[in-house]
Design a protein. Structure first.
Length: 206
């Protein structure tokens, strides 16, 4: 049984996922956080190694055992990939979960710890968003988002988060400028849609 074409197809699909994940984390490349970038790709890269080894492993198995060997191999690869994905940046993932659960103070505390170890723009941006959403220290929130944009002027989410803080402190002109800048920055479709809605709300309220 030849696994050349299935392996090639699997690698092509994997390449698409690598491109998507890499694109989602390109802010890390802009600030030369290459190690952090590789960490995000490791689960998929490990999957690639398993895929490349598939024809060899199946080729060593007796013909009558090919099916079970293939299932066990693929199951092991899937489990290892999931485990590695969960191990990649676990604190960042936990902070994101807390933020989505509206536990903003807990999220802010984790982002502060992350910044102390690795001051990435995305962490400063997320810290500013957490402080803003918690209704806490808006000055600190503004300072955090300012730092994020200073470190990475193209980080669209930081511009969006700073705009939210600026609205909260009544600086509507600067907020409008940040929201407009989102469309010229590194931002995805969802973020641009959110910025567009925020601009409309801002125009109605001012």
């Amino acid at each position: 049984m030849s696994f050349f074409y299935p392996t090639l197809a699997a690698l092509a699909i994997l390449a698409v996922f690598l491109f998507i994940v890499g694109r989602q984390n390109r802010d890390l490349l802009r600030v030369r956080a290459y190690g952090e970038f590789v960490v995000r790709l490791l689960p998929l890269l490990s999957t690639g190694v398993f895929i490349l080894g598939l024809p060899f492993v199946v080729g060593l198995a007796p013909f009558e055992s090919t099916g079970p060997v293939l299932l066990i191999y693929l199951a092991g690869a899937a489990i290892l990939t999931v485990l590695m994905a969960r191990l990649a940046a676990p604190e960042e993932r936990r902070a994101g979960v807390l933020f989505r659960q509206e536990e903003y103070e807990g999220a802010a505390a984790i982002y502060e710890q992350l910044i102390a170890r690795n001051p990435l723009p995305r962490y400063y941006s997320a810290l500013g968003a957490s402080l803003d959403a918690s209704g806490g220290d808006l000055h600190a929130a503004l300072e955090a988002t300012d730092t994020a944009i200073k470190l990475d002027p193209k980080l669209g989410i930081a511009l969006y988060n700073r705009a939210s803080v600026l609205v909260a402190v009544g600086e509507y002109t600067r907020a409008r400028e940040d929201l407009q800048a989102v469309f010229r920055s590194d931002s995805n479709r969802r973020l641009r849609r959110a910025a567009e809605e925020a601009l409309k709300t801002l125009e109605k309220g001012v």
